[in-house]
Design a protein around this ligand. Structure first.
Ligand code: 4AD
Ligand code: MG
Length: 432
């Protein structure tokens, strides 16, 4: 039943007669020859049907077969530099498996809403397939990076009793007799428990934010990878983030060159993603804004346009560190040199892609952390377990979170984050 060979294995079968299975991507015809483009998820193959070479009914079938009809095709594999993928099939047999009539997505242009409504079919398109393959390779690079450096995967819960990243973006639910529970905004607090057990851990999974804004950078459900390391300070954290981004980008350039080409991605900036990255303090970044005539007050958080202006000054990702504590999360440690500041870092991607990493050194002192929890009006009883990490062998520790979809959007050069995940969830969309 399963296919004998896939398109990406054809180089091993030149001169042989093989049978492949897949769907009709496209079709051309010129008189006595039909060119059927088969796609099978591993590539595209031009299948050539010559009128004289096949029984009449097969030639007629080749004429009738429609876009996205699934079929089985047999023929001899030929090397053909001019054909898509470099091979061609000289067809001797053709069998339809499932007809597709009036496939809604045609090679002509469609509006974005139409395409998202048909996301379950849109994922078959060439560009979408390329994006999905790059996403997968990024995920593998992320795992390889940490696995090869002595980190242990540590899976946090998705249903949680409290917020970690502020209470304004929580998805709420009733949890049996226990009252309200929330979908996790980040696995970090649990990763901290993991780091005290395993020293270096990472979490990697879906996270949720009830983002009220409709932007090209926000999803309500997105994937985040969060390393957390005992005995790391903010500098160690930044060194790791830098090495990590270089590794991901350079791996994808090497391993997914074909897909990046399909997306017509300009590699100029991506190729420059090599250590060291520029590091500027929040205060220095504010100066950059002022020099660019932005009316910005020290103490405010950067908006997307501010981030764009700052990152445009550099041709690599830029690391901004030491933000005003007021705009950052409760768990961040203050800068001993200046109590107004949190030992935080955000990494901004070049080309206007904005923040892709947020991280910090964590508050490791019991009394100060308790005070912060109170200042933020967080329910202390739900944080007792988190405070225990400071009661029993507390150590300096740090970590960061990388948003997978923003990283995919940046590396693929996409306008909008909705194309980076198979089924995007946004404020105005939870279907298909
Ligand atoms: O900066 P954030 O909120 O940091 C945290 O959640 C920390 N707990 C991470 C840590 O230190 N372990 O989110 C981290 C990253 C952002 O830089 C961004 O890439 C992504 O997660 N992100 C989103 N991506 C898509 N849609 C959203 N609504 C996102 N919110 C954050
Ligand atoms: Mg952030």
């Amino acid at each position: 039943m399963k296919p004998e060979v896939y398109i990406n294995e054809l180089y091993k079968h030149v001169g042989e007669t093989v049978t492949l299975k897949g769907w009709l991507y496209n079709k051309r015809s010129s008189g006595k020859v039909k060119f059927l483009i088969l796609r099978d998820g591993t590539g595209y193959l031009q299948c050539v049907v010559f009128k004289g070479n096949v029984p009449e009914e097969i030639f007629e079938l080749a004429d009738k077969i429609t876009q996205e009809t699934s079929f089985e095709v047999t023929g001899k594999v030929k090397e053909e530099q001019r054909a898509i993928g470099g091979y061609e099939l000289d067809v001797t047999g053709l069998k339809v498996i499932g007809w597709a009539h009036n496939y809604p997505i045609t090679p002509k242009e469609h509006g974005i809403e139409f395409l998202i409504d048909h996301r379950h079919l849109w994922v078959r398109s060439k560009k979408q397939v390329a994006i999905l393959k790059i996403r997968h390779r990024i995920v593998k690079a992320i795992r390889d990076f940490f696995d090869e450096r002595g980190f242990t995967l540590f899976d946090p819960p998705i249903i949680t009793p409290n917020a970690s990243e502020g209470t304004s973006t929580l998805f709420e639910m009733e949890y049996f007799d226990l009252g309200k529970a929330y979908l996790t905004q980040s696995g970090q607090l649990y990763a901290e428990a993991g780091a005290m057990a395993l020293s270096k851990v990472y979490t990697f999974g879906p996270t949720f934010r009830a983002e009220k804004s409709k932007t090209r950078r926000h999803l309500t459900e997105f994937w985040m990878v969060e390393p957390e390391m005992a005995f790391y300070d903010l500098n160690d954290d930044m060194d790791l983030a830098e090495e990590f981004l270089e590794y991901i980008v350079q791996t994808v350039i090497q391993e997914r060159a074909e897909e990046l080409k399909i997306l017509e991605r300009d590699l100029t900036y991506l190729e420059k993603v090599k250590r060291p990255f520029p590091r500027v303090s929040y205060s220095e970044a504010v100066e950059i804004l002022k020099k660019n005539n932005v009316d910005f007050e020290w103490g405010d958080d950067f908006g997307a346009p501010d981030e764009t202006i700052i990152s445009e000054q550099f041709d690599k990702p830029v690391m901004i560190h030491r933000y005003p504590a007021e705009v950052k999360a409760f768990y961040m440690k203050r800068d001993p040199e200046d109590e107004r500041l949190a030992l935080a870092v955000d990494v901004l991607a070049p080309e206007g892609y904005g923040e892709i990493i947020g991280g910090s050194q964590r508050e490791d002192d019991l009394d100060i952390l308790l005070q912060r929890i109170k200042e933020h009006n967080l329910p202390q009883e739900y944080f007792e377990w988190y405070l225990d990490l400071r009661r029993y062998g507390s150590v300096p520790h740090s970590g960061f979170g990388l948003g997978l979809e923003r990283t995919v959007a940046w590396i693929c050069g996409l306008e909008h984050i909705r194309e980076t995940i198979p089924f995007p969830r946004m404020i105005y969309r939870n279907t298909p």
